[in-house]
Ligand binder design. Structure first.
Ligand code: UD1
Length: 372
């Protein structure tokens, strides 16, 4: 090991960028101790899905871009592994940091671990217990081989201990995604997305949808579109469309139907600042995303999660999240509860305070014996 700790952080898909940005900012302040390199696998490559986030989060151009792109799971994971191995051979990092649960996460972990490079997983231990989700396989596989576990909520610790991991390698640090949210909240005044879309605070709902289980099956997607129609009879609904969802809507012939729903405002995927501005000003959020369940809990905005399971149970236990199976009648009932029922009491989970990255960096310095 040289004098400085050489770290490569790996990002690939949209929800990764905000998990690494706060770490990068701190690493930049300690260049005497840490040489931090950023590797973008290219899993997400559209401007709106990738570069826009780098800009909003103040992330620099990545040091390495692997250009993996889309493909089947095996193709995508395999391409990332082949390219990432070359980067590791070339740069010989002391530590590889991976975040979240996307294909880039497992690909980089598997590559680095087999090369004998230490790996740290940020957002470790989350489990939906639904192995039909590709992310669940990525989470289990990553945690089974990585070296250090940085955990966002108590369930993560419980799951890792149940799976037999060494408690000394598990660190409850909080949530770096919330660090980014806290950082960006200061900047959302700059966004004029409300006026661009002609919206007034608290008079619209916001929705995201992209899970294969919701958008890859035409019958399921058709029944969700009926739910959107119901919502749009009550309130305006903003729907930034993920590329996977847009593709399927076109493929299944639902484009016209969707465009004809009054009060439905369809947009391209939005940048982070605009999206947070919308979340913060919305009456409620409908989603099947992972991270949005956490962001709405922090913002105290009601969230309906259109899934049967969540790997982030704290958001339901003490946050604003409601887990609702994605069936028409259940979802309509949930929307009515949110719109006309009494609000759910909620709290912000422990360590979701904007300081998770600081805790992580302190622990990394200790691991490498570089603390002051
Ligand atoms: C991936 C993650 C998911 C995460 C999501 C956030 C995995 C297994 N899934 O899902 O956990 O919640 O990112 O967005 O890693 N596409 C584009 N442009 C892009 C990226 C994708 O057009 O920049 C299209 C491609 O046609 C691709 C499809 O979207 O086939 C799906 O992309 P992919 O990266 O495979 O998975 P996501 O659904 O985005």
């Amino acid at each position: 090991m040289g004098n400085k700790i050489k770290i490569i952080s790996v990002v690939g898909a949209r929800p990764n960028f905000m998990k690494v940005a706060p770490l990068h900012r701190i690493f930049q302040q300690m260049t005497d101790k840490i040489n931090h390199l950023l590797c973008h696998t290219g899993q997400h490559y559209d401007y709106e899905m990738s570069q826009a986030f780098f800009q909003d989060l103040g992330l620099p151009e990545p040091n390495f871009y692997l250009g993996a792109g889309s493909g089947s799971h095996a193709e995508q994971t395999g391409k990332i592994m082949i390219e990432f191995e070359k980067i590791c051979t070339q740069t010989k990092p002391d530590l590889v940091i991976v975040v979240g649960d996307v294909n880039s996460t497992i690909a980089a972990t598997l590559t680095a671990t087999k090369m004998g490079i230490l790996t740290a997983h940020i957002e470790a231990g989350l489990r939906s217990f639904d192995r039909s989700m590709p992310e669940e396989i990525n989470r289990i596989a990553t945690d089974s081989i990585c070296d250090f576990y940085f955990v966002t909520e108590q369930s993560g610790i419980d799951n890792l201990l149940r799976e037999g991991h060494n408690p000394e390698k598990i660190f409850f640090v909080g949530n770096t995604m919330i660090d980014s949210l806290v950082y960006i909240l200061d900047k959302i005044e700059k966004s004029n997305i409300l006026s661009i879309l002609g919206l007034e605070s608290n008079k619209f709902a916001l929705m995201t949808l992209h899970r294969p289980s919701n958008v890859d099956d035409p019958n399921q997607l058709a029944s969700l579109i009926e739910v959107f129609e119901f919502i749009c009879n009550q309130i305006r609904l903003v729907f930034p469309i993920h590329p996977r969802t847009r593709k399927n809507i076109e493929l299944f012939g639902f484009k016209n139907k969707l465009e004809n729903i009054k009060n439905l405002i369809i947009t391209e995927p939005l940048g982070y600042i605009d999206f947070v501005k919308l979340m913060k000003n919305s009456r409620f959020v409908m989603t099947d995303s992972g991270g949005i369940q956490e962001e709405t809990t922090y913002l105290k905005i009601p969230c309906i999660t259109m899934r049967t399971t969540t790997e982030r149970p704290i958001t339901c236990q003490i946050g604003t999240n409601r887990l609702v199976p994605p069936e028409k009648s259940r979802l309509i009932q949930a929307v009515q509860d949110v719109l006309y029922g009494s609000p759910k009491d909620s709290q912000i989970p422990k360590f979701w305070d904007g300081k998770a990255a600081e805790r992580i960096v302190d622990i990394i310095l200790q691991i490498f014996g570089k603390e002051n």
